[in-house]
Ligand binder design. Structure first.
Ligand code: BTN
Length: 244
Protein backbone atom coordinates (compact mmCIF):
# COMPACT_ATOMS: atom_id res chain seq x y z
CA UNK A 1 0.00 0.00 0.00
CA UNK A 2 1.24 3.52 -0.77
CA UNK A 3 2.33 5.48 2.24
CA UNK A 4 -0.39 7.70 3.64
CA UNK A 5 0.69 11.31 3.24
CA UNK A 6 2.99 10.77 0.28
CA UNK A 7 0.96 13.40 -1.62
CA UNK A 8 0.43 16.73 0.18
CA UNK A 9 -1.69 19.55 -1.26
CA UNK A 10 -0.66 22.72 0.54
CA UNK A 11 -3.21 25.56 0.25
CA UNK A 12 -2.81 29.04 1.66
CA UNK A 13 -6.55 29.64 2.35
CA UNK A 14 -9.57 27.35 2.22
CA UNK A 15 -12.94 27.27 3.97
CA UNK A 16 -12.22 23.92 5.64
CA UNK A 17 -9.71 21.25 4.64
CA UNK A 18 -12.39 18.63 5.44
CA UNK A 19 -14.84 20.31 3.03
CA UNK A 20 -12.18 20.61 0.36
CA UNK A 21 -11.23 16.94 0.76
CA UNK A 22 -14.91 15.88 0.52
CA UNK A 23 -15.27 17.89 -2.70
CA UNK A 24 -12.19 16.27 -4.26
CA UNK A 25 -13.52 12.83 -3.29
CA UNK A 26 -16.90 13.53 -4.91
CA UNK A 27 -15.15 14.73 -8.07
CA UNK A 28 -12.88 11.66 -8.11
CA UNK A 29 -9.84 13.93 -7.97
CA UNK A 30 -8.03 12.63 -4.91
CA UNK A 31 -5.90 9.59 -4.23
CA UNK A 32 -6.01 7.31 -1.22
CA UNK A 33 -3.61 8.68 1.40
CA UNK A 34 -3.49 12.30 0.25
CA UNK A 35 -3.25 15.18 2.69
CA UNK A 36 -4.89 18.58 2.28
CA UNK A 37 -3.11 21.13 4.43
CA UNK A 38 -3.98 24.83 4.78
CA UNK A 39 -2.30 27.86 6.34
CA UNK A 40 -5.66 29.42 7.05
CA UNK A 41 -9.31 28.27 7.18
CA UNK A 42 -12.23 30.68 6.86
CA UNK A 43 -14.77 28.14 8.13
CA UNK A 44 -12.81 25.58 10.14
CA UNK A 45 -15.19 23.12 11.71
CA UNK A 46 -15.04 21.25 15.01
CA UNK A 47 -17.09 18.62 16.76
CA UNK A 48 -20.68 19.25 17.94
CA UNK A 49 -21.05 21.91 15.21
CA UNK A 50 -18.38 24.13 16.81
CA UNK A 51 -15.95 26.23 14.80
CA UNK A 52 -12.19 25.74 14.76
CA UNK A 53 -10.43 29.10 14.83
CA UNK A 54 -7.46 29.84 12.60
CA UNK A 55 -5.23 32.19 14.50
CA UNK A 56 -2.26 32.35 12.18
CA UNK A 57 -0.43 30.42 9.53
CA UNK A 58 1.73 29.18 12.37
CA UNK A 59 -0.65 26.38 13.23
CA UNK A 60 -1.32 23.00 11.70
CA UNK A 61 -4.62 22.29 9.95
CA UNK A 62 -4.97 19.33 7.65
CA UNK A 63 -7.17 16.48 6.47
CA UNK A 64 -5.77 13.05 5.74
CA UNK A 65 -7.96 11.26 3.24
CA UNK A 66 -7.83 7.51 3.09
CA UNK A 67 -9.72 4.32 2.42
CA UNK A 68 -9.57 2.15 5.55
CA UNK A 69 -9.41 -1.53 4.70
CA UNK A 70 -12.05 -3.75 6.25
CA UNK A 71 -13.33 -1.31 8.87
CA UNK A 72 -17.11 -1.46 8.79
CA UNK A 73 -19.25 1.59 9.62
CA UNK A 74 -20.16 0.11 13.02
CA UNK A 75 -16.42 0.04 13.90
CA UNK A 76 -15.72 3.64 12.86
CA UNK A 77 -14.83 4.60 16.41
CA UNK A 78 -11.49 2.88 15.74
CA UNK A 79 -10.42 5.71 13.43
CA UNK A 80 -11.12 8.22 16.14
CA UNK A 81 -9.31 6.21 18.83
CA UNK A 82 -6.37 5.52 16.54
CA UNK A 83 -5.91 9.15 15.48
CA UNK A 84 -6.02 10.35 19.09
CA UNK A 85 -3.51 7.70 20.23
CA UNK A 86 -1.17 8.66 17.36
CA UNK A 87 -1.35 12.32 18.40
CA UNK A 88 -0.33 11.38 21.94
CA UNK A 89 2.67 9.43 20.61
CA UNK A 90 3.52 12.36 18.35
CA UNK A 91 3.38 14.94 21.14
CA UNK A 92 5.55 12.71 23.34
CA UNK A 93 8.23 13.15 20.66
CA UNK A 94 8.04 16.87 21.42
CA UNK A 95 8.27 16.17 25.18
CA UNK A 96 4.64 17.09 25.79
CA UNK A 97 2.69 14.89 28.19
CA UNK A 98 -0.59 15.20 26.32
CA UNK A 99 -3.78 13.28 27.07
CA UNK A 100 -7.06 12.61 25.32
CA UNK A 101 -10.06 14.44 26.70
CA UNK A 102 -13.11 12.44 25.71
CA UNK A 103 -14.19 12.07 22.99
CA UNK A 104 -10.93 12.95 21.21
CA UNK A 105 -9.60 16.37 22.14
CA UNK A 106 -5.87 16.64 22.70
CA UNK A 107 -5.14 18.24 26.06
CA UNK A 108 -2.17 19.10 28.17
CA UNK A 109 -3.23 19.58 31.77
CA UNK A 110 -6.47 21.56 31.55
CA UNK A 111 -5.70 23.19 28.21
CA UNK A 112 -6.66 22.14 24.72
CA UNK A 113 -3.80 21.84 22.21
CA UNK A 114 -5.69 20.31 19.33
CA UNK A 115 -8.80 18.63 18.04
CA UNK A 116 -9.87 15.96 15.61
CA UNK A 117 -12.87 15.90 13.30
CA UNK A 118 -13.33 12.64 11.43
CA UNK A 119 -15.93 12.40 8.69
CA UNK A 120 -16.74 9.23 6.77
CA UNK A 121 -18.24 8.50 3.42
CA UNK A 122 -20.13 5.24 3.81
CA UNK A 123 -20.98 2.95 0.92
CA UNK A 124 -23.13 -0.05 1.86
CA UNK A 125 -21.32 -1.82 4.66
CA UNK A 126 -17.91 -0.24 4.07
CA UNK A 127 -16.25 3.05 4.87
CA UNK A 128 -15.40 4.14 1.34
CA UNK A 129 -13.44 7.19 2.50
CA UNK A 130 -12.40 8.57 5.81
CA UNK A 131 -11.47 12.24 6.18
CA UNK A 132 -9.27 12.63 9.26
CA UNK A 133 -9.27 16.36 10.01
CA UNK A 134 -6.80 17.63 12.62
CA UNK A 135 -6.08 21.05 14.04
CA UNK A 136 -3.06 21.59 16.30
CA UNK A 137 -2.03 24.83 17.99
CA UNK A 138 1.66 24.83 17.15
CA UNK A 139 2.91 28.40 17.67
CA UNK A 140 -0.24 30.26 18.69
CA UNK A 141 -3.66 29.62 20.16
CA UNK A 142 -7.00 31.41 20.05
CA UNK A 143 -7.93 33.77 22.87
CA UNK A 144 -10.17 31.20 24.47
CA UNK A 145 -10.25 29.79 27.98
CA UNK A 146 -8.35 26.55 28.52
CA UNK A 147 -6.29 26.55 25.33
CA UNK A 148 -2.56 26.30 24.81
CA UNK A 149 0.01 25.76 22.08
CA UNK A 150 3.08 23.64 21.60
CA UNK A 151 5.16 26.81 21.74
CA UNK A 152 3.62 27.74 25.10
CA UNK A 153 4.45 24.28 26.43
CA UNK A 154 8.01 23.98 25.10
CA UNK A 155 9.18 27.56 24.35
CA UNK A 156 10.31 26.21 20.99
CA UNK A 157 8.94 27.28 17.59
CA UNK A 158 8.25 24.33 15.33
CA UNK A 159 7.16 24.48 11.73
CA UNK A 160 3.62 23.07 11.32
CA UNK A 161 5.05 20.83 8.61
CA UNK A 162 7.49 19.28 11.10
CA UNK A 163 4.54 18.21 13.25
CA UNK A 164 2.70 16.87 10.22
CA UNK A 165 5.70 14.78 9.13
CA UNK A 166 6.04 13.24 12.59
CA UNK A 167 2.30 12.56 12.78
CA UNK A 168 2.27 10.88 9.35
CA UNK A 169 5.29 8.75 10.17
CA UNK A 170 3.59 7.49 13.32
CA UNK A 171 0.20 7.08 11.61
CA UNK A 172 1.83 4.91 8.92
CA UNK A 173 3.98 3.07 11.42
CA UNK A 174 1.24 1.75 13.72
CA UNK A 175 -1.47 0.77 11.22
CA UNK A 176 -1.52 -2.76 12.63
CA UNK A 177 -3.05 -1.20 15.76
CA UNK A 178 -5.85 0.35 13.68
CA UNK A 179 -6.62 -2.82 11.78
CA UNK A 180 -6.17 -5.57 14.34
CA UNK A 181 -7.50 -5.99 17.84
CA UNK A 182 -10.42 -3.77 18.89
CA UNK A 183 -9.75 -4.34 22.62
CA UNK A 184 -6.05 -3.49 22.36
CA UNK A 185 -6.81 -0.22 20.56
CA UNK A 186 -9.51 0.61 23.12
CA UNK A 187 -7.07 -0.13 25.97
CA UNK A 188 -4.40 2.10 24.36
CA UNK A 189 -6.97 4.89 24.05
CA UNK A 190 -8.13 4.48 27.66
CA UNK A 191 -4.52 4.52 28.88
CA UNK A 192 -4.28 8.11 27.64
CA UNK A 193 -7.73 9.22 28.79
CA UNK A 194 -7.78 12.54 30.61
CA UNK A 195 -9.27 12.33 34.13
CA UNK A 196 -9.56 8.54 34.23
CA UNK A 197 -10.65 7.31 37.68
CA UNK A 198 -11.24 10.87 38.89
CA UNK A 199 -14.53 12.55 39.73
CA UNK A 200 -15.40 15.28 37.24
CA UNK A 201 -18.30 17.55 36.52
CA UNK A 202 -20.63 16.93 33.56
CA UNK A 203 -23.43 18.80 31.88
CA UNK A 204 -26.32 16.85 30.40
CA UNK A 205 -28.69 17.82 27.57
CA UNK A 206 -31.04 19.52 30.04
CA UNK A 207 -28.18 21.78 31.17
CA UNK A 208 -28.02 20.02 34.53
CA UNK A 209 -24.63 19.73 36.22
CA UNK A 210 -23.65 16.60 38.09
CA UNK A 211 -20.57 14.73 39.22
CA UNK A 212 -19.37 11.22 38.37
CA UNK A 213 -16.17 9.20 38.12
CA UNK A 214 -14.64 8.61 34.65
CA UNK A 215 -14.13 4.85 34.23
CA UNK A 216 -13.23 4.59 30.53
CA UNK A 217 -15.08 4.01 27.27
CA UNK A 218 -17.22 1.13 26.02
CA UNK A 219 -16.73 -0.82 22.78
CA UNK A 220 -18.76 1.82 20.88
CA UNK A 221 -16.69 4.69 22.22
CA UNK A 222 -19.32 5.97 24.67
CA UNK A 223 -17.98 7.45 27.90
CA UNK A 224 -18.46 5.18 30.91
CA UNK A 225 -19.08 6.95 34.22
CA UNK A 226 -19.65 5.62 37.69
CA UNK A 227 -22.21 7.19 39.95
CA UNK A 228 -23.67 5.62 43.12
CA UNK A 229 -22.02 2.27 42.25
CA UNK A 230 -23.77 2.25 38.88
CA UNK A 231 -22.04 2.33 35.47
CA UNK A 232 -23.62 4.76 32.99
CA UNK A 233 -22.82 5.04 29.26
CA UNK A 234 -23.09 8.32 27.34
CA UNK A 235 -22.56 9.31 23.74
CA UNK A 236 -21.34 12.64 22.37
CA UNK A 237 -24.81 14.17 22.11
CA UNK A 238 -25.78 13.26 25.66
CA UNK A 239 -23.07 14.74 27.81
CA UNK A 240 -20.30 17.32 28.04
CA UNK A 241 -17.30 17.13 30.37
CA UNK A 242 -16.90 20.48 32.18
CA UNK A 243 -13.38 21.56 32.95
CA UNK A 244 -12.58 22.28 36.59
C1 BTN B 1 -12.64 19.91 17.58
O1 BTN B 1 -11.82 20.22 18.42
O2 BTN B 1 -13.85 20.02 17.80
C2 BTN B 1 -12.17 19.38 16.26
C3 BTN B 1 -11.37 20.42 15.49
C4 BTN B 1 -10.88 19.92 14.15
C5 BTN B 1 -10.25 21.04 13.36
C6 BTN B 1 -9.61 20.56 12.08
S1 BTN B 1 -8.64 21.81 11.31
C7 BTN B 1 -8.50 20.85 9.87
C8 BTN B 1 -9.83 20.17 9.64
N1 BTN B 1 -10.71 21.02 8.89
C9 BTN B 1 -11.77 21.43 9.58
O3 BTN B 1 -12.67 22.20 9.18
N2 BTN B 1 -11.72 20.92 10.81
C10 BTN B 1 -10.55 20.05 10.99
Amino acid sequence: MTKLGSEIHHLSVVDSTNNYAAKLISEGKIQNGSVIMADFQTNGRGQRGNTWQSVSSENLMFSLVFQPIGITPDQQIRLSWYTAVIWIKCLHRFSIAAQIKWPNDIFVGENKLGGILIEQQILGNTIAWSIVGCGMNVNAHPELKNTSSIFEQTQVHFKPRTLLNEFLELFNGHLDLLYSNHDKLKADFEAELWGKYTIQQFEDVKGQLWKAKIMGVDALGRLVLEQNDELLHFDLQEIKLKLP
